[in-house]
Structures are given as structure tokens and as C-alpha cells.
Design a protein around this ligand. Structure first.
Ligand SMILES: CC(C)(COP(=O)(O)OP(=O)(O)OC[C@H]1O[C@@H](n2cnc3c(N)ncnc32)[C@H](O)[C@@H]1OP(=O)(O)O)[C@@H](O)C(=O)NCCC(=O)NCCS
Length: 211
């Protein structure tokens, strides 16, 4: 049974030291600026070409999809079926998202995306999400990554995942996996875990963006 005890965590951009907040997408402000921000990130070339070309063959992620995404994420938290987080800037606007796509405690699939304007937050956001998820009862995680998506593979390696086969026979996707121990105590060289905040969790006091 999955029960998140904490829903927020501080995230630091590794490259510039700026501070962000990881929060449930269910708790983010639903403003026009927010939907425009999500739409804009999803239309960035790297994000769109990696994730949305099949879903939107017309070549554009529409703003209605951003609203659908927030509703789907909120529904996941309400029903306990999937768990979607966003990393928020000081205005409460999304800069990246990451999620756990199921409530099965073994081999739960994760995913993530990040605005190119905020490169440096993704690894630390995923680390923060996984720390909350381990505390909530998850035991192991998987990710499916396109063979040519080397930036994503580096994120996974930094958070403690290791490659273990193809997603399916003949697939161009690699399967990565991590268990609880390799996430909390990875042996990845060059990963800066010095910031206590990256692995510490905070009890939610209020939803981001709310007075
Ligand atoms: C995949 C994606 C999220 C990677 O974003 P990113 O900005 O490269 O990721 P990070 O913020 O973690 O890392 C940026 C740099 O900061 C550094 N860095 C960040 N956190 C760090 C940490 N904790 N320790 C050490 N270095 C760190 C690294 O140098 C890294 O660059 P490098 O991978 O070239 O060495 C982004 O390209 C994206 O959104 N792509 C489209 C969506 C997608 O592919 N999603 C994954 C589907 S499986």
C-alpha cells in the first residue's frame, strides 16, 4: 500500500544553485500562466521530439493537453494510481515534471521532462521524488529510454539506475532499473549529493502557490 507521508521537497539546480520546490501536480496553481508554462515546455524541441510526436502528429502540443495533464495527475493522486510531481520556481510555475506511473511497489515505471531553460534541476528533482517514493513504500523502479536519448540515460545513472536489457525484443528503447538501496546509496561517480536537501523530505505545510 502506497502512502506518501510528505509531498514536497526542496530541489537545488546543480548548475547554478537556484532553489526550487518539488510538489504534487495536484497542488499546483491552475492559472492561465501555469497552463501556458506547461504548454511552452512541452513544445520545446527536445521535449516535443522525445515525448509527443506520436501523440500530436500535427507537430504542436496544445494548451488543452496541459489542462488534461493536470487533471490526469490530480486524478492519480485522488485515486492512488499514479503519482505526478512538478518542480516549481519561486512564482509557483512548473519548470520540470517527473512521475511514477503506477502504484505497484516493485518495478514502478518513472518518467520525467525538463525545460531547457532549467537544465540542472532534473537529476535532483528525480532524486527527491524517489526519496519520497521509497518513504511511501516503493521498492524498485524502472524506466524505458530511447537508445539515442543519452541525456536521459545520464539522469538515470546519476540517480542510481542501471541498464538491464531492452524494453521489448527488437525495441529501440533501453530498460533501466533501480532498487531502493541503489537509489538511497548509489555508487555513481561524480554525483553531488552533498546538499542534504536533495534527499531530505519535508512535511507539507501548504500547497505551493497558495496564500
Ligand atoms: C532528459 C532531460 C530531462 C535531461 O535534462 P538535463 O537538463 O540534461 O538533466 P539534469 O538537469 O539532470 O542535468 C544537466 C546537467 O547538470 C549536471 N547535473 C545535474 N544534477 C547533477 C548532480 N546531482 N550531480 C552531478 N551533476 C549533475 C550534469 O552535468 C548534467 O549534464 P550532463 O548530463 O551533460 O553531464 C531533458 O533532456 C528532457 O526533458 N528531455 C525530453 C524529455 C525526455 O527525454 N524525458 C525522458 C524520457 S525517458
Amino acid at each position: 500500500m502506497i502512502a506518501f507521508q510528505a509531498h514536497t521537497s526542496e530541489v537545488i539546480n546543480h548548475l547554478n544553485g537556484r532553489r526550487f520546490t518539488l510538489a504534487r501536480v495536484a497542488d499546483i496553481e491552475r492559472s492561465q500562466a501555469q497552463f501556458e508554462r506547461i504548454t511552452s515546455i512541452c513544445n520545446e524541441p527536445m521535449v516535443f521530439s522525445s515525448l509527443f510526436t506520436e501523440m500530436f502528429p500535427e507537430g504542436r502540443y496544445p494548451q488543452s493537453a496541459a489542462r488534461d495533464f493536470v487533471n490526469w495527475a490530480t486524478d492519480g493522486w485522488d485515486r492512488g494510481t499514479h503519482f505526478v510531481f512538478a518542480t516549481l520556481d519561486s512564482d509557483g510555475l512548473v519548470v520540470s515534471t517527473c512521475d511514477i506511473k503506477s502504484n505497484q511497489v516493485e518495478d514502478a515505471e518513472i518518467g520525467y521532462l525538463c525545460s531547457a531553460a532549467h537544465t540542472g534541476v532534473m537529476t535532483n528533482s528525480v532524486m527527491a521524488m524517489l526519496a519520497l517514493a521509497v518513504e511511501a513504500g516503493f521498492l524498485s523502479f524502472i524506466a524505458h529510454v530511447k537508445a539515442d536519448n543519452t541525456a536521459s540515460q545520464r539522469v538515470l545513472k546519476r540517480v542510481g539506475f542501471r541498464r538491464g536489457g531492452e524494453s521489448s525484443p527488437g525495441s529501440n528503447r533501453h530498460r533501466y532499473r533501480a532498487d531502493k538501496a541503489s537509489i538511497l546509496w548509489p555508487d555513481s561517480p561524480g554525483v553531488d549529493r552533498s546538499t542534504e536537501a536533495q534527499l531530505s523530505t519535508q512535511k507539507p505545510e501548504r500547497a505551493p502557490g497558495q496564500p
